[in-house]
Design a protein around this ligand. Structure first.
Ligand code: ZN
Length: 309
């Protein structure tokens, strides 16, 4: 989808290394469908290019990503070509939204998790909710010392983001604490828990990540692919994919429950979690979405003002 490229940048850093950059800093890199399909297109391009050995996933602006752009939730799927077998995106009830999230969240993330070449997430500032999904599908994570990782969706009546890798990334106890409290995990703590490979000063993030990518790109592509596959298959043998699918089912139950109770995919009580930021509706309210977009705006404001830790 050539129309979506303005949400990301695709850069050939040096021989063997490509950097994909989230390029919506004005929304704190909120992920809309255009960005997700642009990302997918970029990963496909990097997979098809035999000169590319390593992919860095980075983000412009002070923060990596404020998560999914919920203002985009009701936009049509028709401009995009699904990469999975799901359809019926406009069907009523839970059926349509299940299909959308199966395609654009779980489906795309699992596809990128299985991208055959090494990937490195380069993270600064806040990484909230859906931001974690982009980071966790990468093989390595380099964090600036100001990076903070959070999934505050329990406050909105949901158990966690759609790609529920929290226990795998943080261990079960810390995963529960992160989810129960909605509080952020610092870069240092994420490093201690093994979720992050390296923590570096903010000013050194780009250089350090590029150097790491360069060292990996010096290795033979076959060895890199087999090493990645072997580790991923170990996780598969441990049941990671089965667990992700089970949690995704619970996530859909949450959306359905919230829709029945509040007429919204998310429990609007979650707004209080963001310090009572004034709800500022943006644009026409999509039918059936209730306070979803309001919640997102509150979240974006918190990120903007640095209040949400
Ligand atoms: Zn969802």
């Amino acid at each position: 989808m050539g129309t979506a490229r303005d949400t990301i940048r695709y850069e050939h850093l040096e021989t063997g290394v490509v950097r994909i950059v989230l390029d919506r800093p004005e929304t704190r890199n909120a992920q809309d469908k255009a960005m997700l399909y642009a990302l997918n297109e970029a990963f496909d391009a990097a997979a098809a290019d035999d000169e590319v050995k390593v992919v860095v996933l980075a983000a412009d602006g002070p923060h990596f990503s404020s998560g999914h752009d919920l203002r985009d939730a009701s936009s049509p799927m028709t401009p995009f070509r699904p990469v999975g077998c799901w359809g019926g995106f406009d069907l009523p009830g839970a059926e349509g939204w299940l299909a959308v999230e199966e395609e654009i969240y779980l489906g795309l993330c699992w596809r990128w998790r299985n991208f055959p070449k090494p990937t490195i997430a380069s993270v600064q500032g806040k990484a909230i909710a859906g931001a974690l999904m982009l980071i966790w599908v990468c093989d390595l994570v380099v964090a600036a010392d100001d990076a903070k990782f959070s999934d505050p969706v329990v406050a909105f009546g949901v158990g966690g983001v759609e790609f529920f890798a929290h226990p795998w990334e943080l261990g079960p106890r810390k995963a529960k604490e992160m989810l129960f409290t909605g509080e952020a995990v610092t870069a240092a703590e994420a490093h201690r828990l093994g979720m992050v490979n390296h923590v570096v000063p903010r000013s050194e993030l780009e250089g350090f990540t590029t150097d790491l990518a360069r060292r990996i790109a010096a290795q033979p592509s076959m060895g890199l692919k087999l090493a990645k596959q072997a580790v991923n298959q170990t996780l598969d043998a441990q049941g990671q994919w089965t667990a992700l699918q089970a949690a995704f089912g619970l996530h859909q139950l949450a959306h359905s429950h919230n829709m029945q109770r509040f007429g919204s995919l998310l429990d609007p009580a979650g707004l209080g979690h963001f310090g009572g930021a004034p709800p500022v509706p943006v644009g026409p309210r999509p039918p059936g979405l209730g306070d979803v977009e309001v919640a997102h705006v509150a979240q974006a404001e918190e990120v903007e003002q640095g209040r949400h830790t």
